[in-house]
Design a protein around this ligand. Structure first.
Ligand SMILES: *[C@@H]1O[C@H](CO)[C@@H](O)[C@H](O)[C@H]1NC(C)=O
Ligand SMILES: *[C@@H]1O[C@H](CO)[C@@H](O)[C@H](O)[C@H]1NC(C)=O
Ligand SMILES: *[C@@H]1O[C@H](CO)[C@@H](O)[C@H](O)[C@H]1NC(C)=O
Length: 215
């Protein structure tokens, strides 16, 4: 791009571009902190890692960030499977909420205007964004919010979504497509919530739509 348009034009383009970043869920799936001290170390390590990644992007010219904090990873079918009742894992959700909070305050420090002038960002609360899917699935059009549409075994979550898996007849009424990922419909609802803050406000301080159009 620089060879074609030159540095200046590319810098302007990057500075006006919207960068969408999502952090945390996979890091939490892989960690099993055993004490409060472990939790504190985990949060500090992850937050400093994410901040470093954003600072790297800033160094390359990015200025506008829509940042998505981790959602209720304790509610995905693969985790629910571990409980005989299929309930969300509250401990894992608490761990995730703690990371989201640490992330929020950490970013406020690392991404401060004095440190990185010209940077703007809005932060999305994935817990708020997906709460309706789990608290009142029917209201948002889901018949099933705890099982995978594609998979096998209990909650469709014991086997992966492979060629041999069972596929539900209507994926749009499932909140999950496979044992960890949202269905297309759930992703669409999530995108709407992020972009226009509808039906509830989940981004702060402004919606991703406003941020993307801000000059
Ligand atoms: C983040 O952590 C990973 C894994 O520990 C490491 O490989 C990577 O270099 C870190 N990234 C930054 C930007 O610190
Ligand atoms: C399973 O979920 C129920 C309801 O949330 C909870 O009371 C119970 O402690 C859970 N069991 C395990 C083994 O986590
Ligand atoms: C699918 O089923 C066939 C026949 O039972 C088996 O040979 C194959 O290994 C299975 N593939 C996967 C990905 O489970």
């Amino acid at each position: 791009m620089e060879a074609t348009w030159g540095n200046h034009k590319v810098s302007k383009l990057l500075a006006s571009s919207f960068f969408l970043l999502g952090f945390g869920s996979n890091d939490l799936f892989q960690s099993r902190p055993k004490s409060e001290a472990d939790v504190a170390v985990l949060y500090a390590t992850l937050v400093s890692n994410y901040s470093a990644a954003i600072t790297d992007l800033y160094g390359m010219g990015a200025r506008k960030f829509g940042i998505i904090s981790p959602g209720p990873v304790g509610c995905v079918p693969r985790v629910r499977l571990l409980n005989a009742t299929g309930a969300c894992n509250d401990g894992m959700n608490r761990l995730t909420m703690g990371l989201a909070a640490a992330f929020k305050s950490g970013l406020a420090t690392t991404l401060s205007p004095t440190r990185l002038p010209g940077l703007t960002y809005s932060l999305a609360d994935s817990f708020a964004g997906t709460r309706a899917n789990f608290d009142n699935p029917q209201a948002v059009g889901f018949v099933n919010a705890d099982s995978a549409c594609c998979g096998s075994g209990r909650l469709g979550a014991e086997g992966e979504c492979t060629r041999n898996a069972t596929l539900c007849s209507d994926r749009d009424v499932y909140a999950f497509f496979d044992n960890v990922h949202p269905s297309q419909r759930a992703a669409e609802l999530g995108a709407q919530a992020l972009f226009v803050d509808s039906p509830i406000q989940i981004t702060a301080p402004i919606s991703f739509k406003e941020l993307a159009h801000e000059r």
